[in-house]
Structures are given as C-alpha cells and as structure tokens.
Design a protein around this ligand. Structure first.
Ligand code: ADP
Ligand code: ASP
Ligand code: MG
Length: 418
C-alpha cells in the first residue's frame, strides 16, 4: 500500500460527467489498497472567467482581491469531487488551501509555498478517507488568501507529495504525457516515456505549460517521482497498466535509467512574453543594474537579456518580461529609469515569441546552435535575441513565425522519428 497524490487539471474536471470519471478513477486506486490525496483544478475555463469578471471592475485588479475571487473555482471542484466519491461509497473529505494549511508568502497571484501542515491530512488518511485538497491556493502568515500563479495546481500537488513523502505524484491532464513538443501544434510529436528532471525544468521554463515550472522545481528538490498521464482514458483501466502509463520524470542518478538519450529531447515555445529595449545608454558599470534593479524591485521577472556592443560609449539593452508585466515595466522604465540614466528612448514589442530546444545530449555535442540557426534561416525567420544554458538554446523571434519555427525545429532534430 502506497500514498499517492493525484492531480486533475481543468479539462479533467471540466464537466459533471468528467468529475464522476475522476471519482471512479480515484475509487479504483483506493480499492487497490492505496492512500489517496487528490488535488483538482477549477473546471476548464473557470479561472479565466473569474479573472475576466474582476477585470470588468478593475482593468488592473487589486492582487489581494483577485486571489479571493480566483480561488473560488477550486473550492467548487473539491466539494463536487468529494460528493462524487461519497456517492460511490468512498469515504472522502475536502479541504481548501487555508484549511490544510498550505502556507505561502504574501506575493499575491504568484505566491510561493513556505510550508504545509500535513497532520490533519495524515489523520484523515489513517481514518480511511480520500483527502481532496484544492489546488492553486494557499494562505499567508496573516491569513490572506493567496494563489500560486496560473497552472499552480501542479505545484500544490507536487508540494503535497513532497510534504507527505508520497510514493508518486500523478499529474492527470488532457494529453497522455510529455511530448517532444506541444502535440496541438505538431501532430507528429511523440510522447516521451521518461524525461530527466533537468530537461523538464528547462521545458517548463521555456513555456511548455504541461507542468508549471515551480512544480518541477519541487519535484527536483524533494525527489518526488512525478508522472504525467491522461485523465481521458477509460477510468477503469487496470491500476497496473495506468501505473506504467504516461511520462515519468527521472532523476539522473536513477541507476535504472541507462537509456541512451537523444541530443535534443524537445522543443518548447512561449507566446506570452514581450521585449523591451532601452536605447543609447552609457556603456559603463552599473547601467544594467540601474535599468533592471527597479524592475526586480517591482517583482517583475526578466528572462532573456541581451546587451549590444557599445559604439561611441553608448549601448542598447534588451530583455523580455511576461506580457502581463509589460505595461508596468514600461511605466517604470519611461519614468524613474529614463530620467535617471538619460537613455535616448525605451521601446517595446509585444509581438514576439520565445522558441527553445532542450536536451541533455547538448552537453556533449557541438554544432547544435548552428544547426538550429540554419534551420530558422532557411525559413527566413529572423532571430532577435539568443540565450543559452548547458542544455537549452532559446531564440526570440517574431510571434507570427511561432508555429513554423516549432515545426521546422522539431523536424530538423528528427524528433518525429523513433
Ligand atoms: P491542465 O488543465 O490539465 O493543467 P494544461 O493545459 O495546463 O492542462 O497542460 C496540458 C497542455 O499542455 C496540453 O493540452 C498541451 O497542449 C500542452 N503542452 C505544451 N507542451 C507540451 C508538451 N511538450 N507535451 C505535452 N503537452 C504539452
Ligand atoms: N485553475 C488555475 C488556473 O487555471 C490553476 C490550475 O489550473 O492549475 O491557472
Ligand atoms: Mg496546467
């Protein structure tokens, strides 16, 4: 008998019929002798609907109140799922994030988990209950309701699995695993049986929304065996088959992972970033800090950064931010920063996309970047910015070429081949 945390995403709980299917699936695992903690998201589209309601009142919603509103979606699904389980004769109890309690910092709409008080959950499990915990939500030290950022239920689930020292964390979603790229963009994409934690971290960071990046960070930090699998299969699929399905995130030191890894494992893309360029700033120490310091102080994450070679003692500095932070970043730069560093201009471009190739094999292979740039050049796609890590190469391009670039790179690196 093992303790398993199972998370079900928005599509997986998108209708009453699907919630009943989730209950059947969970009941099946329970009947196989396991202890279950189940973490549902809000019903598909619900979080978007709630945020849109908030924006009708305040175009830039107050973050604390937005969290109060956005968390209601998950409060509905925990109750419905617990009822569906009870209806099947399975003992179940639901809890919100603040009941658990899942303590976070106070960064509303993007809070980080500080600790989880798992005692009540353990007591409930010991009493034979399936414990249903709302994803995406927590509470700060002062009792304010917080959320973990879009897609945050993944992180709730993996963090609970870490806190409870679960045997495995199952992320049930609307695809049957992690693919070489988003199968909605490239139908030839292949499912990966395993992906290393490092690769998954880079894929998530580069925009593959199949897992929220913080959930992958938790999985890595606490070595939580995490599996991505489909909730759209027959809910009565035998447990032994389901337990082997999907994609398992592995840790390199796992001795049984001896499989020869391909050079490139996947292509990821992000369409939700914007590029900002600060023109003609003095090319001297402290300037990058003068520009990016106030951005960091405003709690805005900066991603790809490029500084050009200075001409006549002047240089340009470009970087990307999340599109939600674009207006705020521009305001800071055009205000206090521009008057302080006396740059010529600050311009922005919201129509960019970030395309990345990721693979452990890159570490031991030369020429991967050149091959990537050649493939894009052959399609006439201009590269605006480049950044690299040990196992990832990212380019920023015009947004309208996103799908073409992903398809071209997927083919160029033969990801469609076995
Ligand atoms: P959930 O609501 O279950 O959390 P998400 O929409 O957040 O589901 O994530 C699943 C989606 O991620 C898939 O439907 C797919 O379109 C997208 N996706 C992006 N990249 C990948 C990838 N490499 N492999 C699988 N799915 C991916
Ligand atoms: N419901 C939240 C969202 O849509 C959290 C999640 O689905 O993981 O972002
Ligand atoms: Mg998700």
């Amino acid at each position: 008998m093992a303790l398993i945390v199972q998370k079900f995403g928005g599509t997986s709980v998108g209708s009453i019929e699907r919630i009943k299917n989730v209950a059947r699936r969970v009941a099946k695992w329970k009947a196989a002798g396991h202890d279950l903690v189940v973490v549902p998201s809000a019903m598909a589209g619900e979080t978007n609907r709630l945020i849109a309601l908030a924006r009708e009142i305040q175009p830039q919603p107050d973050a604390r109140e937005l969290d109060v509103i956005a968390t209601t979606g998950e409060q509905v699904t925990i109750g419905l799922l617990a009822m569906a389980l009870l209806d099947l004769g399975v003992k179940a109890r639901s809890y919100t994030g603040w009941q658990v309690k899942l303590l976070t910092d106070s960064a509303h709409t993007r809070a980080r988990i500080v600790s989880i008080d798992e005692k009540a959950i353990r007591d409930d499990l010991a009493a034979g209950n399936v414990v249903v915990v709302a994803g995406f939500q927590g509470v700060d030290a002062k009792g304010n309701i917080t959320t973990l950022g879009r897609g945050g239920s993944d992180t709730s689930a993996v963090a609970l699995a870490a806190a409870l020292n679960a045997h495995e964390c199952h992320i049930f979603t609307d695809v049957d695993g992690v693919y070489t790229t988003d199968p909605r963009i490239v139908p030839e994409a292949r499912r990966l049986k395993t992906i290393t934690f490092e690769e998954m971290l880079e894929m998530a960071g580069a925009g593959s929304k199949v897992l929220q990046i913080r959930s992958v960070e938790f999985a890595g930090k606490y070595k939580v065996p995490t599996r991505v699998l489909s909730s759209l299969t027959d809910p009565m699929l035998p447990v032994a088959d389901e337990a082997r399905s999907g994609t398992l995130i592995t840790f390199e030191e796992d001795p049984h992972i001896t499989m020869e890894k391909p050079v490139i494992s996947g292509v990821a893309f992000a369409r939700d970033e914007a590029k900002i360029t600060v023109h003609d700033v003095p090319d001297r120490p402290g300037v990058a800090y003068a520009i990016l310091g106030p951005i960091a102080d405003a709690n805005i994450d900066v991603d790809v950064i490029v500084q050009n070679v200075g001409v006549d003692g002047m240089t340009d500095l470009s970087f990307t931010v999340h599109r939600n932070d674009y207006a705020r970043a521009m305001k800071i730069l055009k205000g206090q920063v521009q008057s302080h560093i006396k740059c010529r201009d600050v311009t922005g471009d919201e129509h960019i996309a970030k395309i990345s190739i990721v693979g452990m094999g890159m570490r031991s292979h030369a020429g991967i970047a050149a091959q990537m740039f050649r493939s894009l050049a052959e399609e006439g796609i201009n590269i605006q910015m480049i950044s690299t890590s040990e196992i990832k190469i990212t380019v920023v391009i015009e947004e309208k070429y996103t799908e073409l670039a992903v398809r071209v790179l997927h083919k160029a690196f033969e990801l469609d081949q076995e």
